[in-house]
Design a protein around this ligand. Structure first.
Ligand SMILES: C[S@@+](CC[C@H](N)C(=O)[O-])C[C@H]1O[C@@H](n2cnc3c(N)ncnc32)[C@H](O)[C@@H]1O
Length: 234
């Protein structure tokens, strides 16, 4: 049986995929892809390749993880070369592990091809290094999305110099409220929306004024908190 390749597509710019990822896209019989990838990369697929979208559509059916798992298993069992193409890196809030557990359960061989995660690349692309000698020597990457029924995260508990929050745009108010408790109102914060796209937007401020500056914003976006936000502006 052929392998299923779990491939990171990078942070939203088709040139930021790995050489190996691109090679696999060109060879694949089936590509199962979601949102937040640069869709232009799909033009590299060979003629006749089956392209299956499993992302979230506004207001429409969005695929459950079990449905995606089922597609991967079925296509692999048909003897197809399957690429599961995911935004950024498959193992950074990408649920790559869940898909692999399902493949293991079905005795299907797999390989992971890492990708450039948006958590690092989106801030980097707007001049925010997550570490900087003498300024920031630790980074925490966390999620701002809290599932119903789960314990609420207290963001004031994170102690790294730089905090990177994915999926936090709709929960910004709570995140900022928590962070003011531990880091104070003067701590710099940046929000980068729709990184690597023509609609990219960067909003910078402090924990004290960001809610005023960032009204009516929409995901996807990345929140960065810490001195590194302004370090290259000096
Ligand atoms: C489900 S997570 C997947 C992360 C992905 N596996 C990675 O490594 O980049 C999706 C979140 O990543 C962030 N994200 C991904 N691509 C982005 C981009 N181009 N611009 C801004 N945020 C992005 C947003 O916080 C978004 O809600």
């Amino acid at each position: 049986m052929l392998k299923v390749y779990i491939v990171g597509a990078g942070p939203g710019d088709k040139e930021l995929i790995t050489v190996k990822g691109l090679k696999l896209i060109k060879e694949a019989d089936v590509i199962v892809y979601d949102d937040l990838i640069d869709k232009d990369i799909l033009k590299e697929a060979k003629d006749g390749a089956e392209l299956i979208y499993v992302g979230k559509r506004k207001g429409k059916h969005s695929f459950k993880q079990e449905e995606i798992n089922k597609i991967l298993v079925e296509k692999a069992k048909e003897g197809k070369k399957v690429v599961r193409l995911k935004g950024g890196d498959p193992f950074i809030f990408g649920r790559g592990g869940e898909e692999i557990l399902e493949l293991i359960k079905n005795n299907i061989p797999y390989e992971v091809v890492p990708g450039v995660t948006s958590a690092i690349a989106v801030p980097a692309s707007v001049g925010i290094p997550l570490t900087h000698r003498g300024i920031a020597k630790s980074v925490t990457i966390t999620t701002g999305h809290e599932r119903e029924g789960e314990n609420k995260v207290d963001y004031s508990k994170f102690v790294a110099d730089t905090l990177v929050i994915l999926m936090g745009i709709t929960n910004l108010e709570k995140i900022v409220k928590d962070l003011v408790k531990s880091r104070g109102k003067e701590k710099p914060i940046a929000i980068i929306l729709k990184g690597f796209s023509k609609d990219q937007k960067v909003i910078k401020g402090t924990l004290g004024d960001i809610l005023e500056k960032a009204k009516d914003i929409e995901p996807p976006g990345i929140i960065v908190v810490g001195k590194v936000v302004n370090i290259l502006e000096r």
